[in-house]
Design a protein around this ligand. Structure first.
Ligand code: FES
Length: 336
């Protein structure tokens, strides 16, 4: 049996099945209510129940006081219901609505994807979750007080295991450590979520452009859009030097097999006569312009090294792109 929950402030509603919590139901239907731990401890999901009854199937949670409960507040990550509800809650609409937090995390996977890129999976403590928007990044906090930023490659509905793609830079403070010394089960301290490079509501087709590990936030954005059943056309241009730099080519090809609305255009900048490459060559922004003389109808998401972003910012408006429809994240390299 299902029940209706109305959100008074937002004048919208969603349905709750009897085997799910109010928060699970809301997130499933793309109502981005705030949360933290998802286990009743932190209080981030506290909201006022204006009418209707809630239950706590796993016992009264620690993150709310008896007094708050008496006043009609509830922890939506623990609350189930068997009645219709009217709820007064904030909603996460932009990056500013999410509280910045720090966590210790355990490295559960540290694998080389090619000579220059490793994939890290960081697991949060069992009682914690990281709420974030697709496209955002986290900082790794180093022992000497320095920090290094990395985009999250996992989509927001995967909120306990965080995926990072780390590119090797000679002299790079974290990348040298990650490539040479980092072991499975190491503990890292992180802070997040950060950044404004997030998926915008729109019905315009999308061109996504990644340079190298700029693929990480693109992966998060596309997996998030698929989870939301947002099937706007996506043309994904991935620029790299050589074929091995397209380190998750198989994942992208699988998207194009499973979803007609996703098209993939890899672009290589370093090829020689020995390569059998039949795809596009040159700079990735030039490939986009070659295929699209008029960019006025598109939303553009670009993520990668500064020269690529600068080229996009400079040349795309000349092809009709509305500057307000360009969303970009420039990967600045910080040396040790
Ligand atoms: S998300 Fe922490 S108590 Fe609900």
């Amino acid at each position: 049996m299902s029940f209706k929950a109305e959100l008074t402030e937002q004048n919208t509603s969603f349905t709750i099945e009897d085997d799910e919590t109010v928060l699970e139901a809301a997130l499933r239907q793309d109502h981005n209510l705030p949360y933290g731990c998802r286990n009743g401890a932190c209080g981030s999901c506290k909201a006022k129940i204006v009418s209707g009854d809630i239950n706590y199937a796993n016992g009264f949670p620690d993150g709310i006081s008896e007094n708050e409960h008496q006043q009609g507040y509830a922890l939506l990550c623990q609350a189930t219901t068997n009645s219709d509800l009217v709820i007064e809650s904030q909603i996460v609409e932009s990056a500013e609505d999410i509280k910045l937090r720090q966590f210790p995390c355990r490295v559960t996977t540290c694998e080389k994807l090619n000579d220059d890129v490793i994939r890290l999976i960081l697991e949060l403590p069992k009682t914690e979750r990281l709420q974030f928007l697709a496209g955002q990044y986290i900082d790794i906090l180093m022992k000497d007080g320095k920090r290094r930023s990395f985009s999250l490659a996992n989509p927001p509905h995967v909120d306990q295991k965080l995926e990072l793609h780390i590119r090797y830079y000679e002299g790079g403070l974290f990348s040298e450590y990650a490539f040479k010394d980092l072991k499975d089960k190491a503990i890292l301290r992180i802070e997040g979520p950060l950044g404004q490079f997030t998926l915008q509501e729109s019905d315009r087709p999308i061109i996504m452009i990644a340079g190298g590990t700029g693929f990480a936030p693109v992966k998060s954005l596309i997996e998030h859009a698929l989870e939301k059943k947002d099937y706007r056309p996506i043309y994904f241009y991935w620029g790299a030097r050589t074929e091995t730099d397209l380190y998750f080519d198989d994942i992208v090809k699988q998207w194009t097999c499973d979803y007609e609305h996703i098209k993939y255009i890899p672009v290589l900048s370093e090829i020689n006569a020995l390569n059998n490459w039949e795809g596009k060559t040159g700079f990735v922004h030039e490939a986009v312009l070659e295929d699209n003389a008029d960019l006025s109808a598109y939303d553009i998401y670009a993520c990668g090294p500064p020269p690529m972003i600068n080229a996009v910012v400079k040349s795309f408006p000349e092809a009709g792109l509305n500057r307000e429809r360009l969303f970009s994240d420039s990967f600045e390299f910080a040396a040790n």
